[in-house]
Design a protein around this ligand. Structure first.
Ligand code: F6R
Length: 615
């Protein structure tokens, strides 16, 4: 949600800023803007509503006087619509200072009233402009951008990452963060700031974390980090685990297509080094081993697709580790006085590791003494740092707004945790655990096979491009997949879609079925010992009898579905808990191809942004 990049060094700053914004555009694409300090000491800004190419076209038509210090922003609108005027940067100190912001300044109305009383005029409807004007006033008083920042952040409530430059301090970019992301990139004779490492990975893989409530000042040859009172703080450097090419589209039609194709690797990489000889090898969890062993309840907190991965985690934890597990939407959990027993293990799941709803829920659980484990895909992310322990998925950078490869990696990580809990508690035999781990390791090859049917799914999707509503049914571990299939379709193809537990159909949703209604059904394996297969096949018959057009996702060799399904998409044989990891890709591909058939931007669906850093 809003992408931020800052640069000081020896290169033309616009190249660095625009390159960084291209990689951060998935965070928001309502408008984009830059501010640079030119060699003559002037501050030059340009900003445009719309996607980044509106700004780059504008810069190509009318060049901006460039320099080697600058900041850039890509916006996901919160306060004020997506207009040129509301685009960042915003100016202070009579146009000598430029500021960009990610987050929400909650007390902006009161600050605005104060600034108006001081005689300031506002040119936008944003909450950000108050920070720019306040910072301008403080700069005038202190003559030092870093010191001025300290005074301003002390007055702000809410969540923010702020970056600013002042024309009287060329070669300096100052940033501050509270509950919104910011990372430092360390170069030779140049330094960077970014909402995430994608902003600068093209230039350097050396990165440094910035903690909560800290201020950073970068110059070409130095980086200084302090707390909000100006006291030095300890910093941690890390090496970015992927290079810039990992976040390139390559020859793919979209990032989403590329990322779905990377799912087998995402699983293999998440498992790599974490399986010993028939046992889990999760040294990352050693520090919380006692809490894992003694937990009397597991609570999984997440949002969106990550929440659906959590639903699958619940099935695995209860089945394998025998611990009661609940899954909650993080934003619902946080504001309803939840009861946390001392033995509750809280597991958060987040691709970005920055989702504000999840972060707030984790902080809340931590304040109440819970042990918190984060499953996260992004190095240096806030949620991982705020948690007692972190298990990183290694899905690689996910650029498309719709989460795909991160989902399968999250499920695999949750399954590893479930098996680890089972080992610690002796709830599953070593042979069973070894077999489960083998099944996990067999998934990449099986999933590659599923992906081979991409063209067939594309044909199916193209034949449905006029569809206005699609339903998804699943039962047990197929249910989260039905929910995820529906979310993907809503999100990128703008088609009304609902996922239901198949058993719930007769309690209401079946009245939605009318002739021609498209229904995807995730069919459990006929080999499944709890005999859900015949029940789901009966559900298919019930909706078919009412005219539904059924697309079944069923195991190879399952002939029982053939008489009742209009189309069958096959997945290889796998154990019950592993089937969902094979069944999800056809639904992701279907949504992607349907969106493409409708001529939509698959990677950047309307109104959305990848990393949701506001509550
Ligand atoms: C859907 C999607 C979102 C995210 C959700 C949580 O495709 O991407 O529903 O899953 O916003 O994001 P993270 O995992 O970054 O916390």
């Amino acid at each position: 949600m809003c992408g931020i990049v800052g640069y000081v060094g020896n290169k033309p700053s616009l190249d660095v800023l625009i390159g960084g914004l291209k990689r951060l555009e998935y965070r928001g694409y309502d408008s984009a803007g830059v501010a640079v300090i030119a060699p003559d000491g002037s501050l030059n800004t340009r900003k445009r509503a719309g996607k980044l190419n509106r700004l780059t076209d504008d810069l190509a038509a009318d060049a901006l006087h460039d320099g080697t210090t600058g900041i850039g922003h890509t916006r996901w609108a919160t306060h004020g619509g997506p207009t040129d005027g509301n685009a960042h940067p915003h100016l202070g100190d009579d146009g000598k200072l430029a500021l960009i912001h990610n987050g929400i300044i909650e007390n902006f109305s009161e600050l605005k009233a104060e600034l108006l009383a001081r005689g300031h005029e506002f040119t936008s409807e944003t909450d950000t402009e108050v920070a720019a004007l306040l910072l301008g006033d403080e700069y005038r008083r202190t003559g030092n951008l870093t010191v001025a920042f300290r005074d301003v952040v002390a007055r702000l409530h809410g969540a923010f990452t702020l970056l600013a430059v002042h024309q009287d301090e060329p070669g300096v970019v100052v940033g501050a963060r509270r509950n919104s992301p910011l990372v430092i990139g360390l170069g030779e004779g140049e330094n960077f700031l970014g909402s995430d490492v994608a902003a600068f990975v093209e230039h350097t893989r050396r990165a440094m974390e910035i903690g909560q409530d800290q201020i950073v000042t970068i110059r070409p040859d130095s980086v200084t980090v302090t707390d909000f009172d100006g006291e030095p703080v300890e910093t941690r450097e890390f090496e970015v685990a992927w290079d810039a090419s990992a976040a390139e589209k390559g020859g793919w039609s979209s990032f989403m297509a590329k990322e779905i194709s990377e799912e087998p690797d995402a699983i293999a990489n998440t498992l790599r080094g974490r399986i010993g000889d028939g046992v889990t090898d999760l040294s990352e969890l050693d520090s919380i081993a006692a809490a894992l062993k003694d937990a009397d309840r597991v609570l999984i907190l997440a949002c969106g697709t990550a929440y659906y991965s959590g639903l699958l985690g619940k099935y695995a934890i209860e089945k394998w580790a025998g611990v009661p597990a609940d899954v909650e939407l993080a934003h619902e959990f946080r504001y309803r006085d939840p009861v946390l027993s001392p033995g509750t293990l809280v597991i958060s799941v987040s691709q970005s590791g920055e989702t504000m709803d999840t972060l707030m829920a984790v902080k809340y659980a931590k304040e109440r003494g819970a042990t918190t484990l984060s499953i996260c895909n992004t190095q240096g992310a806030t949620i991982a740092r705020e948690s007692s322990a972190a298990l990183f998925t290694h899905a690689g950078p996910e650029v498309a707004v719709a989460s795909t490869k991160a989902f399968v990696a999250q499920v695999v990580a949750l399954y590893l945790v479930a098996l680890h809990l089972a080992e610690l508690r002796g709830s599953r035999s070593p042979e069973e655990i070894a077999d489960d781990l083998d099944q996990l390791q067999a998934l990449p090859a099986k999933l590659s096979k599923v992906l081979e049917s991409g063209e067939r799914i594309a044909d199916l999707a193209r034949g449905m491009s006029d569809t206005r509503s699609v339903l998804f049914l699943g039962r047990n571990v197929g249910y989260p997949i039905a929910l995820e299939g529906a979310l993907k379709l809503k999100e990128i193809a703008y088609i009304h879609a609902e996922g239901f537990a198949a058993g719930e159909l007769k309690h209401g949703p079946i009245s939605l079925i009318e002739p021609g209604q498209r229904v995807f059904v995730v069919v459990p394996s006929p080999r499944d010992s709890n005999s859900l297969h015949p029940k789901v096949v009966s559900n298919i018959q019930e909706i078919r009898a009412r005219g539904a057009h059924v697309i079944a996702i069923a195991e190879e060799g399952d002939v029982a579905v053939l008489p009742f399904a209009d189309d069958v998409l096959r997945i290889p044989l796998a154990g019950p808990l592993f089937e969902p990891l094979l069944a999800v890709a056809p639904l992701q591909i279907f949504a992607m191809e349907l969106a493409a058939a409708k001529g939509l931007d698959v990677d950047q669906p309307r109104n959305l942004a990848k990393s949701v850093t506001v509550e």
